[in-house]
Design a protein around this ligand. Structure first.
Ligand code: ZN
Length: 369
């Protein structure tokens, strides 16, 4: 029998080594980093979402020491291998070739950037050399993640998503060494997220789990994480105020558990279509997922009903009209960028997924978006 393409090769699952969770847990950060400063005799590099550039309150909580570096990371575009390489060179040229710790403070883009930089500082080479599975050979610099928005699960996963514009590959460094050594999940930090963004990003956790639970490749622990993630998302998004303090804490937990779930399983149809929208129109991952839900009623009927109920309840508008009046070239590009995601599509529809997702069918689905 030929090797099943859904054999992930991940037999021994590695989770984040340590975490803090709860309101005020950011207060633990200085001590954790001080321990690394002593153990590894170096300074800390803080990679911080540019959204916080003028947010003194947050920057003060980080308590940088003399000699540390705070570098703001632009999150207009999702990470590219070339951008990661440029940041790495810039850090090295400023004397940060051997820091004691790399700290990522932000959403998925910043957390993934921190993971990639930490690995490259000890492994050498360029970001594109490690796009794939288990290509990272050495542990990275001690890496600590502080999520400031909930949903992507980047704080929990063993990858860091990057696009390589040279070959169009959107693929991360899938490796046990990519997992954070420590994460701090403080729901106070998500209080200032714009409501729409909070919804789009939170839905990433929900969508990961409804996709993996509908798939054919299953993991018993992954299923348990998924069930609780969906349960928490229901409490948050069908509740009165998705951004109450209690709900922000629940969503932070859901994001982490959803990340653990996806680390042991595969997504399904939503993510490949969403990747198509990202590649062809440059839409960000989480809003693109929500747009794709416009066309998923036939594949995930119950989850779609619930998704629209949640959006109504929270008064969030999902962008419409992206797929209207597309040219045949655009349809061709969207088809290619979708069906390239063989593993999740096989997980959702089986080996013969291309006979279901014909170019015409894919075009009609995109036109619903
Ligand atoms: Zn996702």
């Amino acid at each position: 029998m030929s090797k099943n393409i859904l054999d992930s090769g991940v037999k021994r699952v590695r989770n984040v080594s340590r975490f803090n969770v709860g309101f005020g847990s950011i207060g633990e950060l200085p001590e954790v980093i001080d321990q690394q400063r002593v153990a590894n005799k170096g300074q800390a590099v803080f990679l911080v979402d540019h959204f916080f550039r003028d947010k003194e309150a947050l920057l003060n909580r980080l308590q940088p020491r003399p000699g540390d570096l705070i570098e703001f990371v632009d999150t207009v575009d999702e990470p590219k291998t070339s951008g990661i390489d440029a940041l790495l060179e810039s850090l090295k040229s400023r004397g940060y070739a051997h820091p004691a710790a790399v700290v990522g403070v932000g959403g998925g883009i910043v957390l993934d950037t921190a993971k990639a930089i930490s690995n490259l500082l000890t492994n050498g080479g360029r970001a594109a050399d490690y796009q794939g599975w288990d290509l990272v050979k050495q542990p990275g610099v001690f890496k600590l993640g502080v999520p400031t928005i909930s949903g992507t699960g980047a704080e929990a996963t063993r990858t860091c998503v990057m696009t390589n514009p040279a070959n169009g590959l959107k693929l991360g460094m899938n490796s046990d060494y990519t997992v954070f050594d420590h994460i701090i999940m403080d729901p106070e930090l998500t209080a200032t997220v714009p409501r729409d963004q909070y919804y789009f990003t939170g839905m990433d956790a929900y969508i990961h789990c409804i996709e993996s639970m509908a798939g054919s490749y299953r993991n018993a622990i992954g299923d348990a994480y998924s069930r609780e993630t969906v349960n928490l998302c229901r409490q948050v998004f069908l509740g009165d105020d998705m951004m109450s303090a209690a709900n922000r804490e629940k969503l932070m937990v859901a994001s982490y558990l959803g990340g653990c779930a996806i680390a042991t399983s595969y997504v399904g149809l939503v993510h490949p279509f969403s990747a198509g929208l990202s590649v062809v129109f440059g839409l960000h991952h989480c809003v693109a997922n929500c747009i794709v839900m416009r066309a998923m009623g036939k594949f995930y009927p119950e989850a779609c009903d619930e998704f629209w109920q949640m959006a109504d309840k929270q008064g969030v508008a999902i962008p419409a009209g992206v797929g209207a009046n597309l040219t045949s070239d655009q349809h061709k590009a969207l088809y290619e960028a979708t069906v390239v995601h063989q593993k999740p599509l096989t997980n959702a529809l089986g080996d013969g997924f291309k006979s279901i997702l014909t170019p015409d069918r894919v075009a009609s689905l995109f036109s619903m978006m």
